[in-house]
Design a protein around this ligand. Structure first.
Ligand SMILES: [Zn+2]
Ligand SMILES: [Zn+2]
Length: 320
């Protein structure tokens, strides 16, 4: 534990954390991270100590932006992309030698730096539901923020947590029909609970979709979805976070279809605020898709359970 916190830093006692797909990739050796490090970035906890300037946060139950940014560079000030800050710091992806040592959420405590946006969690949102607000949900808030004018039918590709968050957000934002493509039967069974309609994209008509939101990164599925967009439609990519085959798309498809393609990675402070506000007002069965929490000393078991994909998230309870 640091003897003294840096100005603007807060020490959080983590109450629950969830295992993100990105950590499964790292754990399995498919993704390289600096070592030694503490993994884990989706979490909720209580502020137990504060550095100068953050005293008002003491004892509050919070989540936080998964990236820390400087607030001064072009990405922060001019591009509306603090997550692409020139000196960005990512929780759960840093060396333990950085940021007073406690940099990941698979731990009892974490130190949040001065440039990290904090959000109080309303008491009615359970820990295991709040934990993934700062990754999957806030990213999807960013993803669905832009839609074509007149958006009646959306297609979400993938019904993992990202896809379910996207589906629920699109419905809540007034899109009357949200179709969700998912081949895994257990995942497919959850779609209706979150306001979506499970579909096989092969059954859909060309030019029947206003917006596609991809949560899988599957180049074949993305390529096929472009043929479903109506003129002026939009394709937003969220899941393409690993090196993959090139997308099978020609410039002509985009030009003649007046199609907009967008890439969305992480989010800004307002998206996290909106994510927490969304959960507060949501009556959807979010707890039903999180596995029963395991204690931190059984984290290997939790990773094995997460890898089965039985649950949208597996939770780890880090303190009593
Ligand atoms: Zn995550
Ligand atoms: Zn910056």
């Amino acid at each position: 534990m640091p003897a003294q916190l840096d100005p603007g830093a807060v020490l959080v006692q983590i109450s629950a954390t969830t295992i993100c797909g990105s950590d499964l990739h790292t754990h399995a050796g498919r993704r390289a991270e600096p070592a030694p490090s503490v993994l884990g970035h989706e979490a909720v906890g209580r502020v137990v100590a504060t550095g100068p300037g953050r005293g008002a946060w003491l004892h509050r139950r919070i989540t936080w932006a998964s990236t820390d940014s400087c607030g001064a560079c072009a990405a922060c000030r001019e591009w509306d992309l603090p997550q692409k800050c020139a000196s960005v710091f990512k929780y759960g992806h840093a060396l333990v030698s950085e940021s007073q040592g406690l940099t990941g959420s698979y731990a009892t405590h974490l130190v949040l730096r001065r440039g990290t946006h904090l959000v109080e969690i309303p008491p009615e949102i359970p820990d295991v539901v709040a934990a993934s607000a700062n990754c999957s949900l806030a990213t999807m808030v960013h993803a669905v923020e832009q839609r074509p004018t007149s958006c009646r039918v959306a297609l979400v590709i993938g019904a993992g947590l990202l896809g379910l968050h996207g589906c629920a957000l699109l419905r809540a934002s007034g899109v009357p029909r949200v179709l969700v493509a998912e081949s895994d039967l257990r995942r497919r069974a959850r779609i209706a609970d979150f306001g979506g309609v499970a579909v096989d994209p092969a059954d859909l008509h060309p030019q029947s979709i206003d917006v596609v939101v991809d949560a899988t990164g599957d180049p074949v599925a993305i390529g096929a979805s472009l043929g479903l967009l109506r003129p002026g439609g939009m394709c937003t990519l969220v899941g393409s976070v690993h090196a993959q085959a090139p997308l099978p798309v020609t410039g002509e498809v985009l030009v003649r279809g007046c199609v907009t393609m967008r890439g969305v990675h992480n989010y800004a402070a307002r998206h996290l605020d909106a994510a927490v506000a969304f959960l507060r007002g949501s009556s959807l069965p979010w707890p039903s898709i999180v596995g029963p929490p395991l204690p931190l000393d059984r984290i290997d078991e939790a990773f094995a359970l997460a890898a089965t994909r039985q649950w949208a998230r597996v939770a780890v309870r880090t303190s009593s």
